[in-house]
Design a protein around this ligand. Structure first.
Ligand code: IVH
Length: 711
């Protein structure tokens, strides 16, 4: 599915498939972005995908995956620094992309607060493109600095943060506990100078200031950080022993008085019109600021309103980031190459004259499939005005949508008269098997299956990749080598490697990069993965449509491999109770379900799975017991005209404590909160013996967070 396919036009099955795909890309991008300082997606494309995911989820709320990326903030922190749990979570921001998104944001705020007729005051400030940092001061002394990590647990980078010059080490007249949050960044001049220095000493060149800042802060040797020109802007706070202000604007002023740098373009704005005009003002200044920003952040000014608005799982309802649009660049398409994927898909890739797109050098772009090259989307609709894409064309490239950059358009005016339309190959370029394109599928596939070396090697590479078996020392290169040698043809062979080829590997010594030590390390790494959680094992199998997210869904549902295997055998005919049971999993649709059942019932594939299982100890899924609020999992119904809170506030308050809000009373209802004028719902609740509370009783209950007398 391409991102060009509008969300409004997706049917349920497509939406389901798309959610799974988006969650996988975003999950992968998250760990790359936060852990590797070398992102696979630019911020703009990440935002586009995240928004698409949210849009699909809001159109099809029932299809939302249980561990959707919308509920996660970042990725797990890298393992090299000491972990610190944030006392107050470090949140992310929801994004808006156009004026309507900002008008909608203002409307939502007003609706929740019940202030439909009032003008809300906001604070607008540049969204600095760096990485967030939390600084904890105890009795005025800088005590600890922590990166955001996944929002709940970050990395202790205190030694490094101390080296940043404009971070105060002591502050006067501060609350005894004061946690200041803001952005670490690098100015454009400093970034360019740093890269020149790096080049001179043959060291890593950073692709943009954000990566340079992240790479510089997350150094194990604080001397390296000290040598890097990092700066800090303060814009928020976490744990405080006494409140620092009653408005956002005054809070920023206070941060400045504490000695922090705050951004001069911070402005109080009344209503969305003023916000947008400040956005335009900042956009006009963007090129001359001397540091990268990627949008403007709007925050409700009144802190008691912020409190009432509260949070969604990872973002505050009282703020939004108004993002700048994605960048586009023009370049020359040198050639079109066909790559053969793990599932045999023949994917055309554009080899481009390298070009800088939003700070990242791009030299490849996806061309999706045959139709896309011809100027049609997967539904047969005309795209790019029907213009095809040819080798030798000038094309527009953008990084807003996928791991690989995309081509938005082709400049036909620059096309030379001798250029010819591209002919899509009817044979696999790797194994020469014919390719086939099943009706209704936009992708042509090599029919060679595991006999196609490209498919086999990619399948094995996937098997050992991060998220799957993640075997240290066994990357694409080694897999390719062992495959060529005939040592590893299927996953089980990896676990037989030592027994069968130990001496062989030793003989590879000093050739092809293998020595005794690396071979031993490899065998140890393989051994350490013989025991594997069920979800990772399922993901590693590389079943079509089963990514990390859906593998986890399956694992959580079936709990053990034996149980899963038994159910898949029983579901062979795609009907009956085991099939319905599989289809009942929230987040599992027919396409995915079929793929799983089919792989378990295909004799050749099944043999490969059985061979593998013989080598492994597969850990069963252990139920996560959530020790949360006593309202967790309860179904609450609000009825009547509520007087002490707006309906949105009521819903938010219930969800905050883990309850589900339903519109109708049934046997499943645990609590009914009833305001004046309540009618049939209250009556039904009484008939069913469901506990009914008044509004004030409800407020008392959630304040006490104690349900002992409610049930
Ligand atoms: S406020 C509870 N203000 O943007 C809200 N964030 O996309 C906390 N950022 O994680 C964030 N400039 O790293 C806020 N003026 C600003 C910001 C800003 C940059 C970053 C920050 C945050 C990310 C969310």
């Amino acid at each position: 599915m391409s991102e060009d396919h509008p969300v409004e036009k997706l049917d349920k099955m497509q939406a389901e498939k798309e959610l799974i795909r988006l969650n996988e890309i975003l999950d992968r991008a998250n760990s790359d972005y936060y852990s590797n300082d070398a992102p696979i997606l630019s911020d703009a494309e990440y935002d586009t995908l995240k928004k698409r995911n949210l849009d699909i989820e809001s159109r099809f709320p029932n299809l939302k995956l249980k561990n959707s990326v919308s509920d996660k903030i970042g990725s797990k922190p890298s393992s090299t620094f000491k972990k610190i749990k944030h006392t107050v979570k470090m949140l992310s921001l929801a994004n808006g992309f156009d004026e309507q998104d900002i008008i909608d944001f203002d409307q939502r705020v007003k609706k929740i607060l019940g202030f439909e007729d009032r003008v809300i005051s906001y604070v607008a400030e540049p969204k600095i493109d760096g990485l967030s940092l939390s600084l904890k001061y105890i009795d005025g002394k800088l005590f600890q600095a922590t990166t955001r990590g996944d929002g709940e647990v970050g990395e202790n980078v205190t030694e490094n943060a101390i080296t940043i010059q404009n971070i105060p080490k002591y502050i006067h007249n501060a609350p005894s506990i004061l946690e200041i949050r803001g952005e670490v960044y690098m100015s454009l001049n400093d970034f360019n100078e740093l890269n020149i220095k790096q080049k001179n000493i043959d060291a890593k060149i950073f692709s943009n200031p954000r990566n340079a800042a992240a790479g510089s802060l997350r150094q194990l040797d604080s001397k390296v950080t000290a040598s890097r020109p990092l700066k800090f802007y303060a814009y928020a706070w976490g744990e405080v022993s006494t409140p620092i202000s009653d408005t956002q604007y005054n809070a920023i002023d206070r941060l400045r008085k504490f000695g922090f740098s705050t951004n001069d373009l911070t402005k109080k704005c009344y209503g969305p019109k003023e916000l947008i005009s400040h956005y335009d003002n900042i956009s006009n200044k963007r090129a001359d600021l001397g540091y990268d920003i990627d949008g403007v952040v709007y925050k409700v000014d009144n802190l008691s309103y912020q409190d009432r608005l509260g949070f969604r799982s990872t973002t505050p309802r009282w703020a939004i980031a108004h993002k700048f649009p994605a960048e586009i660049a023009q370049t020359w398409l040198e050639s079109i190459e066909i790559q053969v994927g793990r599932t045999g898909a023949l994917s055309p890739v554009a080899r481009l004259k390298p070009v800088n797109v939003g700070g990242v050098i791009v030299s490849n772009a996806t061309l999706h499939n045959e139709d896309y090259i011809k100027g049609k989307d997967s539904k047969g609709n005309i795209i790019r005005g029907g213009n095809d894409i040819r080798e030798g064309d000038w094309v527009y490239v953008y990084r807003a949508g996928d791991v690989i950059p995309k081509i938005s358009d082709v400049d036909v005016s620059k096309r030379i008269s001798t250029s010819k339309p591209y002919t899509f190959p009817s044979f696999c370029p790797e194994c020469s098997s014919p390719s086939e394109r099943i009706e209704g599928d936009s992708v042509a596939r090599c029919i060679g299956g595991i006999t196609c070396p490209a498919q086999a090697v990619q399948g094995l590479a996937h098997f050992v990749s991060r998220g799957a078996f993640d075997i240290d020392g066994l990357g694409n290169k080694q897999i390719e080598q062992f495959y060529q040698l005939g040592w590893v043809k299927e996953p089980a062979d990896i676990f037989k490697l030592k027994l069968r080829y130990e001496n062989g590997i030793k003989r590879l010594e000093n050739r092809d990069g293998w020595g005794q030590k690396s071979a031993n390390n490899l065998f140890n790494a393989i051994e350490s993965k013989r025991t594997i959680p069920l979800n990772k094992m399922l993901y590693a199998l590389g079943i079509r449509h089963v990514g990390e997210t859906s593998a986890t869904l399956l694992s959580k549902h079936y709990k053990s491999f034996d149980n899963l295997k038994k159910s898949m055998n029983e579901a062979k005919s795609l009907e009956g109770s085991s099939w319905s049971d599989l289809m009942s999993i929230d987040g599992v649709g027919e396409i995915l379900a079929k793929a799983v059942v089919q792989i378990f019932n295909n004799p050749a594939q099944r043999q490969i799975i059985d061979n593998l299982v013989e080598e492994l100890v597969i850990e069963n899924e252990i139920e996560n017991i959530v020790s949360g609020s006593p309202l967790e999992g309860m179904v609450v119904v609000f009825t009547g005209s509520l007087e002490l809170m707006t309906r949105s506030e009521a819903k938010i308050s219930a969800e905050k404590f883990g309850a589900k809000v339903s519109g109708s009373v049934s046997k499943k209802t645990d609590l009914v909160v009833s305001g004046p004028g309540a009618g049939s719902k209250e009556k039904k609740a009484i008939e069913l013996g469901v506990k009914v509370l008044s509004e004030s009783e409800w407020l008392k209950l959630i304040n006490l967070n104690n349900l002992s007398d409610a049930k």
